[in-house]
Write a protein that binds this ligand. Structure first.
Ligand code: ADP
Ligand code: MG
Length: 344
């Protein structure tokens, strides 16, 4: 499908006009969107601007033989929305640059943008420009997202203090379980098959993760979180980043990790401990944050009132303690280093 030879080469200017026609939306903050030498936006006076960018390369970050252009677009936008959410900011404007190989059809480019914009529309993020090029081989996609936050209010990786509670939103490990279901064709053992509902839930969590934008805004505005990061590489790796930035250690209780019933059922079937999925699993796009002991009760009360799922999974320790996890049988072991690295 996506790999079929293009019958007609894509022309840059008609394509940009079509993208503009389909995806440009008005906003009082946009002075000039697509169609000039650069976009111009107005930012509420004094606000801080939060910027993030991602470069996605075919064959490295995604594979068009197994993922549809639409899901590539959706997940690319979601990863950036999640970064802005982890800073506690409001995502607002999107720039998209794309290098298109000769094998890609115009319909695929449009599907990719539909995916991008379906992730952005629910947060009222506006497409304000980008760049278009040909590629001799492989699709390249670069996403830049701009957000805003009130001056002096942002959530950083740095800021966790010894004694803080370590919390996560949502459930962990679902995305990795979903990915394994998609790529592992081994037939389920008899009597241990997953229900279709569990299977669909996990695959959907992989294909359509949701960035915790509302949760990030709440944690920032209510000044409840001391430090935060989003879970894109897996709990084990991302907790390490937060602890390094904050110059602290951490103790995680594996029995407290929030595991969905579907992920639990999948782990049972595979005869593995679901905490291994939670620790290693990338792309859950949940938020990991720390909370000073005096704020923990307020946090939990406000989360219930807002119907946000938050779970305390451990405690920040002094740096010399390192990163450890308390296993279900009561032994303390160093947290494994499992995160994904492109250059190793
Ligand atoms: P320039 O030569 O200055 O790069 P372009 O002709 O590439 O200008 O772009 C014209 C307008 O179209 C600009 O507003 C640019 O932001 C927008 N644009 C170009 N490519 C894309 C794209 N892939 N997605 C969204 N907007 C685009
Ligand atoms: Mg250009």
């Amino acid at each position: 499908m996506a790999r079929r030879k293009a019958t007609q080469p894509i022309q840059e200017f008609p394509l940009i006009r079509q993208l503009q026609h389909r995806h440009e939306r008005r906003s009082p903050l946009i002075r000039k969107g697509i169609g000039d030498d650069a976009a111009v936006v107005s930012i509420p006076a004094g606000d801080w601007v939060v910027l993030t960018t991602d470069l996605l390369t075919e064959g490295v970050h995604f594979d068009l033989r197994t993922a549809s252009p639409m899901s590539v677009g959706y997940r690319a936008a979601m990863a950036n929305l999640s970064d802005v959410a982890a800073m506690g900011a409001t995502p607002r404007f999107l720039l998209v640059s794309i290098a298109i190989p000769p094998t890609l059809r115009a319909a695929d480019v449009h599907a990719l943008y539909r995916g991008l914009m379906s992730a952005c529309d629910r947060h009222e993020v506006r497409l304000i420009g980008g760049d278009t090029s040909a590629s001799h081989q492989g699709l390249f996609l670069s996403i830049t997202l701009l957000g805003t936050t009130a001056r002096g209010h942002a959530l950083f990786r740095k800021g966790a203090r010894v004694g803080d509670g370590i919390y996560v939103t949502g459930t962990l490990g679902d995305s990795l379980a979903g990915l394994q279901l998609l790529t592992n064709r081994r037939a389920p053992r008899r009597g241990t098959a997953l229900t279709m509902i569990d299977r669909d839930f996990l695959i959907n969590r992989h294909r359509h993760p949701t960035a915790r934008v509302r949760e990030g805004l709440w944690l920032n505005q209510a000044q409840l979180a001391a430090a935060a990061i989003d879970l894109s590489d897996g709990l084990s790796g991302d907790l390490r980043h937060l602890c390094e930035a904050s110059r602290v250690g951490a103790d995680i209780e594996l029995s407290r990790l929030p595991i969905s019933p579907a992920c639990q059922a999948y782990a049972n079937r595979q005869k593995i401990d679901p905490s291994t999925l939670a620790l290693a699993g990338g792309e859950d796009y949940e938020l990991l944050f720390t909370v000073a002991p005096r704020n923990e009760r307020t946090l939990e009360r406000q989360a219930r009132a807002r119907r946000f799922q938050v779970t305390k999974i451990g405690t920040i320790r002094p740096r010399r303690f390192g990163l450890h996890s308390l296993t279900c049988n009561g032994t303390r072991v160093p947290l494994p280093i499992t995160s994904y690295r492109h250059f190793t």
